[in-house]
Design a protein around this ligand. Structure first.
Ligand SMILES: Nc1ncnc2c1ncn2[C@@H]1O[C@H](COP(=O)(O)OP(=O)(O)OP(=O)(O)O)[C@@H](O)[C@H]1O
Ligand SMILES: [Mg+2]
Length: 319
């Protein structure tokens, strides 16, 4: 399968995946758009695509109906990491979302951790990324190799939303998310250690154990003392991000994991650059407000507007 066929196939995935998720309802509109059944040769192509990992069926995939598209998609997305000896198995789906699925994988002992989280973006990420334009403002277009896109053809492909353009867009979002998480981890922020990325997938340290994944702050209840301490830690992280010119842009109790008394901030595709994105200050204020609102249920008192000002003004003065 050449690269372009693989890309087309990736974007075909949504319709078929959804049909596997819920009963397929036949409508006239759907009848017109219903994808044709896959020709048998695709299977041969898939074998070529996954190369020497072609026989690999992870434990979780084996539990899926072979006709369900998730199985094929999962194997295709992760076979490269299996072949490179980073992961050895996929044991469960932690979360299936509209934009991404997160899976728990066992790691090769050389990775130094037992479990790895794999976040696999669904093509739909490009359709649903909230207010795409707000987050992309001020960005530099980058291609697959991470280099700035200068060519007229690539820029045009993105503007026209051709399949290749959509693919470049997705590569940009995922490369951006990985790069941000890496920079933050290296700066000492409380984020899961990022381990690698490829195509539609990001690998990182898994929080939780083999029985349960770490809950988000929104799923647990804290005592007041612990809540006050965690509030300070989240604020320190927000400041550290800003010192690195980054604003999370979608920070809330849903994007903070809690495990063994520690928090980890996750989910970075919509992070914006505080220096170049004209919406950065508004997003920054909103992030702080959501965190203050969450902690106020534990009687942690704060003034979000004041906190945002106290951090933003000196930051702007220093850059
Ligand atoms: N490193 C990790 N270790 C354990 N679980 C994780 C990890 N990263 C993500 N998860 C789980 O996957 C869920 C979704 O992750 P994330 O927020 O990055 O994706 P998302 O596409 O934004 O999903 P959502 O729309 O639900 O926020 C998290 O709420 C958490 O339950
Ligand atoms: Mg999230």
């Amino acid at each position: 399968m050449d690269k372009y066929e693989a890309i087309e196939k990736f974007f075909d995935f949504e319709d078929e995946y959804d049909q596997g998720d819920r009963p397929y309802r036949y409508t006239k509109k759907r009848a017109a758009t219903k994808p044709k059944p896959r020709p048998a040769e695709i299977v041969t192509d898939l074998t070529d695509f996954v190369d020497d990992a072609s026989a690999w069926v992870p434990t979780y995939a084996a539990s899926l109906d072979p006709k369900h598209h998730e199985r094929e998609w999962l194997i295709e997305s992760l076979a490269g990491f299996y072949r490179d000896n980073i992961i050895t198995d996929v044991i469960r789906r932690v979360k299936g979302g509209k934009e991404a699925n997160v899976y728990c994988c066992t790691a090769n002992p050389a990775a130094g951790v037992e479990l790895i989280a794999a976040k696999l973006y669904r093509p739909r990420i490009l359709r649903t990324l909230k207010n795409d334009a707000i987050y992309k403002a001020g960005r530099i277009l980058r291609g697959e190799d991470g280099k700035q896109i200068k060519g007229r053809r690539d820029k045009l492909a993105i503007q026209q939303k051709s399949t290749y353009g959509k693919y470049l867009d997705m590569v940009w979002w995922i490369g951006n998310e990985f790069g941000v998480q890496k920079a933050l981890f290296e700066a000492g922020a409380d984020v899961p250690r990022p381990l690698g990325h490829n195509g539609n997938t990001i690998l990182m340290d898994y929080l939780g154990d083999e029985w349960v994944p770490a809950p988000t702050l929104s799923d647990i209840s804290l005592d007041r003392e612990e809540a006050a301490a965690l509030f300070e830690i989240v604020m320190e992280n927000i400041k550290l991000m800003l010192d690195n010119h980054l604003v999370h842009g979608d920070l809330s109790a849903f994007n903070i994991l809690y495990w063994e008394g520690k928090i980890s901030i996750i989910d970075f595709p919509q992070v914006v650059n505080a220096r170049t994105n004209p919406n950065a200050q508004v997003l920054f204020q909103r992030d702080i407000k959501r965190i203050c609102d969450y902690f106020s249920r534990y009687k942690v008192r704060s003034d979000p507007a004041q906190i945002a000002r106290d951090l933003w003004i000196p930051y702007m003065g220093n850059i």
